[in-house]
Design a protein around this ligand. Structure first.
Ligand code: APR
Ligand code: PHB
Length: 401
């Protein structure tokens, strides 16, 4: 979009074209509410950032309802469960049997591509390479967003500013008096994308004496793999050979599971951190997704949580903008935080059960006991399955509060 085509006024100014900002834009459009999305990077960059790839059942249903799941339904990989590996053996956790719903593997950047394409095709504004974005006067009823585009200073007047600009975005500091809950885990994940056919069709979470490893995939020809590494690790010491050799130590099990290797297409390190900032709203500024909270990737919750936030937000914005009920913004934080803390706890629990925390043999025995419980007891397995596949967006625990 060139600057001249971008409106200087809209109902909702959205900062960030990640899953949160883009799904919010589509939810608002479905409710007949105008918005403009301002994104720092160019389209190519945003569409090719390699991130996680597990969609909860409610996330897939929402994308279908919005008419945004055509390619997802053709190309994604439905998984009926996951596997947990420890002490040389693999155990299947069958989500479909346990809770009647399952998960879908489809890369986050594929979701982002589909959402951008649908918006661009409809002629709705997304400004890529919006620089120096700054929310202004958000504590008044005339907020605006200042930014630079094509070397020109621009302003977008709006009723509400939605900060969907990720963990390192600009929006969060505009909420004063934030309470922050922060948990830094003493390790990180080294992730690779490899041109290698997956040898099986479910994820394997492996708790190995040398550290955690995760086997995932993106398509019938692409494998996605992760290794637990120390928190301050850089890619320098990790040649392709070393990565494969470590994966081949941690992943195989006695049942003959083998790993296909192949050219590595992408390598990166992901920090492991739990973070929640509250409140998620100040005046006419709201935060959604990673801008407000992040979880360690072990529970595969990041993208799903971002989408759950904007599901709640779109309903509230409809009341605010269509029905003039400005007071509804006050409900936003509480409506999101219950799910955020459930995801935070689940991600912490998965992380604690599966990773190596130093050499403490007592801790290791506790982990093995927990793993034996989860893979041996239907009640314990059902708890994992229920959390992993995701609670309904509108009614988390089915009517009970
Ligand atoms: N101005 C405009 N856009 C910005 C700015 C800024 N100053 N800072 C960041 N952005 C953009 C980023 O370039 C990115 O495209 O905001 C977007 C935020 O997207 P995500 O980081 O993907 O965050 P979110 O949409 O909340 O989705 C959460 O993303 O980080 C993963 O694993 C996480 O799955 C989770 C999901
Ligand atoms: C991934 O496929 O990238 C992935 C899967 C499961 C996780 C995290 C990442 O828990």
């Amino acid at each position: 979009v060139s600057s001249v085509d971008v409106p200087d006024e809209t109902a909702v100014g959205i900062i960030g074209a990640g899953p949160a900002g883009l799904v919010l834009a589509h939810l608002l459009k479905a409710r007949g509410i105008d918005c403009v999305v301002l994104e720092l990077h160019d389209r190519e960059y945003v569409e090719h950032r390699v991130r996680a790839g597990v969609l909860e059942a409610p996330t897939v249903e929402l994308l279908r309802t919005l008419g945004l799941a055509d390619r997802l339904d053709r190309e994604s990989l439905p998984h009926r469960g996951i596997q947990l590996a420890f002490e040389g053996r693999r155990h299947h956790i069958d989500f479909l049997d346990l809770v009647g719903r399952s998960i879908t593997v489809y890369g986050q950047q594929e979701v982002v591509k589909d959402l951008i394409a649908a918006r661009v095709d409809a002629g709705d504004p997304i400004v890529f390479e919006a620089r120096d974005v700054e929310p202004v006067d958000v504590d008044t009823d005339k907020p605006l967003i200042r930014y630079r585009h094509d070397d020109e200073d621009r302003e977008l007047r709006c009723q509400v500013v939605a900060g969907c600009d990720g963990f390192h975005g600009v929006s969060r500091p505009y909420v004063p008096d934030l309470t922050v809950y922060d948990r830094q885990y003493p390790f990180a994940w080294l992730g690779i994308l490899a041109e290698a056919a997956p040898t099986q069709d479910e994820l394997i979470y492996a708790s190995h004496e040398r550290g955690f490893a995760l086997y995932s995939m993106r398509s019938p020809t692409i494998t996605r793999l992760y290794l637990q590494v120390p928190a301050d690790e850089t890619l320098d010491g990790w040649s392709d050979d070393r990565i494969w050799s470590e994966l081949e130590t941690r992943l195989p099990t006695e049942d003959g599971f083998v790993l296909n290797t192949g050219p590595i297409l992408d390598k990166g390190i992901t920090e492991m951190r739990g973070f929640v900032a509250t409140p998620m709203r100040h005046g006419n500024l709201v935060l959604a997704g990673d801008a407000a909270h992040i979880v360690p990737p072990t529970g595969a919750k990041g993208m799903n949580l971002a989408i759950a936030d904007v599901f709640v937000l779109a309903g509230i914005l409809d009341d605010v903008i269509t029905r003039g009920r400005a007071e509804r913004l006050a409900d936003y934080t509480t409506a999101c935080l219950r799910r955020v803390w459930r995801a935070q706890h689940f991600s912490w629990w998965m992380t604690s059960m599966l990773h190596r925390f130093g050499d403490d043999p007592f801790q290791r025995q506790l982990q093995l006991s927990e793993l034996a419980l989860v893979t041996g007891s239907v009640t314990a397995a059902r708890n994992l399955a229920e959390n992993y596949t995701g609670y309904p967006f509108d009614d988390m625990f089915g009517g009970e509060t």
